[in-house]
Structure formats: C-alpha cells, structure tokens
Write a protein that binds this ligand. Structure first.
Ligand code: AMP
Length: 396
C-alpha cells in the first residue's frame, strides 16, 4: 500500500477523502474538531511537497439532498484557520463549478467540496458518481478510516479510477494500532467491552476470546449476561433473545481459559434521567421498576485491579450511561485506570472509537493513552477480521 509518507505530491492534485463528520451546534459552530485536527499531518505533507488538495467528506445523514444544517460551508472558515490557507469551496461536489475550481487550483491551495451525501449516489457506491469525483484530482488519498467499512463512492468505488492510491496518516495509524493490538500484544491483554448491546459486539467479543487473558464486561450488555445467570435485572436494558448467546460466551470463555470479569454491583435508578433516585445493589439483584445505569464501587475496584496488571488494554464502550453525570462515575474511573496503566506501567492502551473515545477525550485524557481511534464501526469490523472496502480499494 502506498502511504502519504513515501509518496511525492509535487505538482499533484490530491483528491483526499477525509472524515469531517464533526458535531455542530445550533449556530453551526464545531463543538469537537478532533477529526479535523487529525487530518493536519496528511494535508500539510501534500502541500509541503508542492501539491494541491481537494477535500471531500460527508457530514451527518442528509435525507433529501442539500440541507443547510449539513452543509460543509460551515467548515470553510475553521479549516482556513487550522490549515493556515484560505480554503476555497465548491457548492456542489460534482458541478462544473467544482471542476473549474479544481482545475484552477495552484500548488499550496485547498478546495473543499460540498457534502458528498447530498447525492444519494455516494452511499449507493454509484460508479458514475465516483468517476465524476475522480476527475477532480490525479491522486486519490483515503484518510477516512471512520468510513472505511462502507463501500461508498468516495471511500472505495473511486479507487478504480486512479493508478496512484495513497493511504493517509490517519488511515495508516489506525491500521497500525489495530494490528499492534491483535498481532503483537504483550500479556496480560485485557479487553474492556461496554456500551448498550451485545448484538453489536458479539463478533468482536468472540474474536477477542482467542486473544485476551481478561475480558471485562460493563455497560448495558451486562444485563443480558445477568439474565443468562438467572439474575434479577428490573427494567434494565437487555436483549432477551441474546440470553442463549450470552450463556455460550460464558462457556467459551471458560473453555479458552479467559478470565471473564463482570460487574459485582450496579448503580441503578428508578427512571432514565440524571436526577433519578439511585441505589447500589449486587449484580443480579436489581429490584422491579429500577434499571442499572452504571457499575458500582466494588466493580470499579475489581476492574481497576485487573487493568493495573495489564500490559495491553483495548477499551470499547462506556461502563454506563456516561452522558448523565451521575452515572458516568464507572466510565470515568475506568478511564483513570487505563491512563494510570499506560503512564505508570507502560501498558499499550487503545481506545476504540465512538463513545469510549468521547469519554476519554471529555475527561481530557486523549493524550494520556497510547491511541484513541477515530473509527467506531470501522475499528470493530477491522478487529472482527473483516476486509474494509476502503482499505481494500487502496490495496487493489
Ligand atoms: P455503544 O454505541 O454500543 O458503545 O453504546 C454506547 C451507549 O450505551 C451510550 O450512549 C450509553 O449511554 C449506553 N449505555 C451504556 N450503559 C448503559 C446502560 N446500563 N443502560 C442503558 N444504556 C447504556
């Protein structure tokens, strides 16, 4: 695979697929620019070599074509500040205007295209649409790991129109770190899985059972395991149709000698809101009318003890409803423990995208773990052993 680091972009027009799917507030201001900052090294390398850059991305999930809320025009000024270059903007990603602006682009200049998903063809992976986009550059750079598990026009299909296909620094770092965890992990290796449902994470959990020494389970998926053990879970989130699966996972972990670690206690609430009444109960003893929204102090201590002894740590999914401050205590305590293991014991820690990445970034810990992935679904699929279309397109 060609990488940005060893490709010379002099006189080249790089069509760069980035993931600028950033959160905006009601005034269309960016509230978290992590994804934009992540692309700086790739863009700067291209400009420094003497190339120009055409940026393409999606933003949100527009349903019916152009929508003010999802316009990438809101990013033009912030991007100009971040890159130190006045960013040009094409109000339609495949219009004559876009072609003209791209053709007129000089070395050192940047053009941003309007939201790719204003065309349904993007998500459909339409070949003609991909070809139109391909006219806007002579090298394709894919730096959007977060959408690499989708066979969309700009993330995968477009690859066939280029002889020069290059993976960006974000893409490369994501792949390197995921591989490091799966292939070269130092032991003990602990995976911490949380989030709402087992069904989303079953494949990765099964794969991890072949790799890890300890598997910590937290978050909403705990309650399906609790049911499998015959526990009482009140009105906690659970997937009754996955109880058998949870039983099988418990058996598989035993058979493979994996230490499966579940919460000892839970903080439960009488309503799904931050100010609900709270009580801490033992696992499997949640009263009727109550729902488990966080792990309790005994679980925190147990999880921390395991994390402290680990040399490799993979964390995906919060330990509770961390969006409510009263139920974020478990998730924050695990973030603390992962940082400590990284800084004090030299553990390699990878935070796997999505909500666990937000939790770590919100706590200001982004720089204090080994790597925070920008890809949620893409990272999980890669770790499940699936081929990501966006990566395969770079290798073809
Ligand atoms: P996921 O996308 O699967 O990683 O799930 C993240 C979501 O799981 C977050 O929005 C959490 O609020 C939610 N979550 C975690 N623990 C619980 C729980 N005990 N009950 C309900 N939702 C939960």
């Amino acid at each position: 695979m060609q990488t940005v680091a060893n490709f010379n972009f002099a006189s080249k027009k790089a069509l760069v697929r980035v993931d600028f799917n950033v959160p905006l507030n009601e005034r269309f201001e960016i509230t978290d620019d992590t994804r934009i900052k992540a692309t700086i090294p790739t863009i700067q390398k291209i400009l420094k070599d003497g190339g120009s850059v055409v940026l393409m991305s999606h933003l949100g999930r527009p349903k019916d074509g152009p929508t003010e809320k999802y316009s990438l025009k809101h990013l033009v000024t912030p991007l100009s500040l971040v890159f130190g270059v006045k960013v040009k903007f094409a109000t339609d990603c495949i219009s004559d205007e876009a072609v003209e602006l791209a053709n007129g682009l000089q070395a050192g200049e940047i053009l941003l295209l309007e939201n790719l998903r204003f065309y349904k063809e993007e998500e459909k992976g339409d070949v003609d649409f991909a070809q139109k986009l391909a006219h806007l550059g002579n090298v394709w750079v894919n730096d959007a790991f977060g959408t690499a598990h989708r066979a969309h026009a700009s993330t995968a299909v477009i690859g066939q129109f280029f002889s020069d296909k290059v993976s960006g620094y974000v893409m490369q770092a994501e792949l390197d770190n995921a591989q490091k965890i799966l292939e070269y992990s130092e032991r003990p290796f602990t995976a911490i899985m949380g989030g709402s449902k087992i069904s989303d994470k079953i494949l990765i959990i099964e794969r991890l059972l072949d790799k890890v020494d300890n598997l910590i389970i937290g978050g909403g998926m705990t309650y399906t395991f609790s049911l499998a053990e015959g526990g009482k879970i009140g009105k906690s989130i659970c997937e009754p149709d996955k109880v058998e699966l949870a039983k099988q996972l418990i058996e598989k972990a035993k058979a493979k000698g994996v230490n499966l670690i579940m919460p000892l206690d839970n903080v439960c609430a009488d309503d799904f809101n931050n100010n609900a009444n709270r009580q801490t109960v033992e696992r499997g003893e949640i009263p009727d009318g109550w729902e488990g929204l966080d792990i309790g102090p005994k679980s925190i201590a147990l999880f921390q003890e395991t994390i402290a002894k680990s040399k490799t740590i993979l964390w995906n999914g919060p330990m509770g409803v961390f969006e409510f401050s009263n139920f974020a205590i478990g998730t924050n305590a695990i973030a603390d423990a992962v940082v400590k293991a990284t800084e004090e014991n030299g553990a390699f820690s990878l935070i796997g995208g999505g909500d666990s990445a937000s939790a770590v970034n919100n706590a200001g810990y982004g720089d204090r773990v080994s790597y925070v992935s920008t890809g949620g679904g893409a990272l999980l699929e890669y770790m499940e052993g699936k081929t990501l279309p966006g990566v395969a397109a770079l290798e073809a």
